[in-house]
Ligand binder design. Structure first.
Ligand code: NDP
Ligand code: MG
Length: 390
C-alpha cells in the first residue's frame, strides 16, 4: 500500500488527484491533506479518505476545521508551521499543488525525508529551482513533473541521453484571447480572462494562460527541471491542446506527447511512475480530431515570454522577483485595480527596479528567496498604485 499526502487537496489539481486515488481505495493510505479556505471540502475528503491529518494554511480556519472533524479521529491543524509539519510526515508520494509562492516551503519540507514529490506547483521551480533540486539531491528524494508539458517532456525522455537533446518545444493553447486582436486586449475583463477554451483549472492559472504568464513560467520551469539552455526551449501556440510538448533530438527526430487535455494523465503518470497505470482519461480519436495546428508565439504580442527570457539570462533571484511581481499583478487585476495588459507592465517594471538586488549570485537560500519575494511584492504594489494614480 502506498502512503500519500496531498498539499492543496481542495484545488483543481488536488481534486483530480483525489479522483484517481479514490478509484483504488485499497492501494493507498492517505497521510495528510491540506487546503486553504475551502474547509468543507477539506473535511469531507479527509473523512472520505480517512486521512491522518487535515491542515488549513490559514490560522483562523482552525475552529471550523476542528468542528467539522470532531469525533472522526482525524487530527486538525492550521497555519504555516502545521503545513510544513504535515508535508514532512513520512509518505511515499507527496503531491505539491498549493497555488503560488505559498507552495514552496511545504514542498521543501516534503523533500526533507526523501519523499517523492509530484510537483504541480511550478512557482517553486521558478522562484527557487536550484534550492528545490539541491534539497531533493541532498535527501535522495525524487521530483516528478506534474505540469502537463513537463510530464510530456519527461515521458519523451525515458531511455534517452540528455546529450542527444537539441531542443524542447512546449505548446501553449494561447488561452482565452488567442483569437482577439491586440487592441481589444486593453479592455479584457476578469470574467473573460477566467474562462479557458480547453482546460478546466484554478482561476489564477487560467488567467495566467490568457496572458501567457503561465507559459512564461513554464519556460523557466523547463530550464530548471531539465537543466537545458534557454535557447534550447521553444514555445509554439497549439490551439487544440493535444500535443503537450515535443523533444527534438540531434538526429532531427521530434518525439511528441499527444493526449486529451485532462490533468489526470500527468498526475496519474507521476502517481504510477516508473510504471504506467491504467487511467480513466479519454482515448483520442485521431480521425475525429482531423487537424493539429500550430502558430508562432509572437513575443511582441506576449511580453510575458520575452520577460521569461530576460529572467533566465539574468539568473540569480530574478525568477523569484518575476513570480512575486506576477502574483501581485494578478491580484491587482483580480481586484479590478489594473487592466489585463498592465500585468506585464508591472512585472517588467519590478524586474528592472530590483535587478541589482536579484542578480546577486550568492548561494540561493530560503531566507534570500523570501526576502526578495517580499521586496518584489512591495515594489509591485508601488507600481500598481502608480498606475492607478494613487
Ligand atoms: P487552485 O486555485 O484550484 O487550488 C489551489 C490550492 O492551494 C487549494 O487547495 C487552495 O486551498 C490552496 N491554497 C491557496 N492558498 C493557500 C495558502 N496560502 N496556503 C495553503 N494553501 C493554499 O489551483 P490549481 O489546482 O489550479 O493549481 C495548483 C498548482 O498547480 C499551481 O501551482 C498551478 O500553477 C499548478 N498547475 C495547475 C494546473 C491545473 O490544471 N489546474 C496545471 C498545471 C499546473 P482552498 O481552495 O481551500 O482555498
Ligand atoms: Mg502546463
Amino acid at each position: 500500500m502506498k502512503t500519500i499526502s496531498i498539499l492543496g487537496a481542495t484545488g483543481s489539481i488536488g481534486q483530480n488527484t483525489i479522483d484517481l486515488i479514490a478509484r483504488q481505495p485499497d492501494a493507498y493510505r492517505v497521510v495528510a491533506l491540506t487546503g486553504g479556505r475551502n474547509l468543507a471540502q477539506l473535511a469531507q475528503d479527509a473523512i472520505r479518505l480517512r486521512a491522518e491529518v487535515a491542515v488549513t494554511g490559514f490560522d483562523d480556519g482552525l475552529p471550523e476545521l476542528c468542528d467539522r472533524l470532531a469525533g472522526t479521529g482525524i487530527e486538525a491543524a492550521a497555519g504555516q508551521a502545521a503545513l510544513n509539519e504535515a508535508a514532512a510526515r513520512p509518505a511515499d508520494w507527496v503531491m505539491s499543488a498549493i497555488v503560488g509562492f505559498a507552495g514552496l516551503e511545504p514542498g521543501l519540507h516534503a523533500l526533507r525525508h526523501g519523499n517523492t514529490l509530484a510537483l504541480a506547483n511550478k512557482e517553486s521551480l521558478v522562484c527557487a529551482g536550484a534550492l528545490l533540486m539541491r534539497q531533493a539531491r541532498a535527501n535522495g528524494a525524487t521530483v516528478l513533473p506534474v505540469d502537463s508539458e513537463h510530464s510530456a517532456v519527461f515521458q519523451a525522455l525515458v531511455g534517452e541521453d540528455m546529450a542527444a537533446v537539441e531542443r524542447i518545444i512546449i505548446t501553449a493553447s494561447g488561452g482565452a484571447f488567442r483569437d482577439w486582436p491586440l487592441d481589444r486586449l486593453h479592455g479584457a475583463t476578469l470574467a473573460e480572462a477566467s474562462s479557458h477554451p480547453n482546460w478546466a483549472m484554478g482561476q489564477r492559472i487560467t488567467i495566467d494562460s490568457a496572458s501567457l504568464f503561465n507559459k512564461a513560467m513554464e519556460v523557466i520551469e523547463t530550464r530548471e527541471f531539465f537543466a537545458v539552455r534557454p535557447d534550447q526551449i521553444e514555445v509554439v501556440i497549439h490551439p487544440e491542446s493535444l500535443i503537450h510538448a515535443m523533444v527534438g533530438f540531434r538526429d532531427g527526430a521530434l518525439m511528441a506527447h499527444v493526449g486529451p487535455p485532462d490533468m489526470r494523465h500527468a498526475i496519474g503518470y507521476a502517481l504510477h511512475w516508473p510504471d504506467r497505470g491504467a487511467l480513466p482519461v479519454e482515448r483520442l480519436d485521431l480521425v475525429k480530431t482531423g487537424q493539429l495546428t500550430f502558430r508562432d508565439a509572437d513575443e511582441a504580442r506576449h511580453p510575458a515570454l520575452r520577460l521569461a527570457r530576460e529572467v533566465m539570462a539574468a539568473g540569480g533571484l530574478n525568477g523569484a522577483v518575476f513570480n512575486a511581481a506576477k502574483e501581485t499583478a494578478l491580484d491587482g487585476f483580480i481586484d479590478g485595480r489594473i487592466g489585463f495588459l498592465d500585468m506585464a507592465r508591472v512585472v517588467e517594471d519590478v524586474l528592472h527596479r530590483l535587478s541589482a538586488d536579484a542578480s546577486d549570485r550568492a548561494d540561493m537560500t530560503l531566507d534570500a528567496v523570501r526576502h526578495i519575494d517580499a521586496l518584489a511584492r512591495q515594489s509591485a504594489w508601488d507600481v500598481i498604485d502608480g498606475l492607478c494614480g494613487g
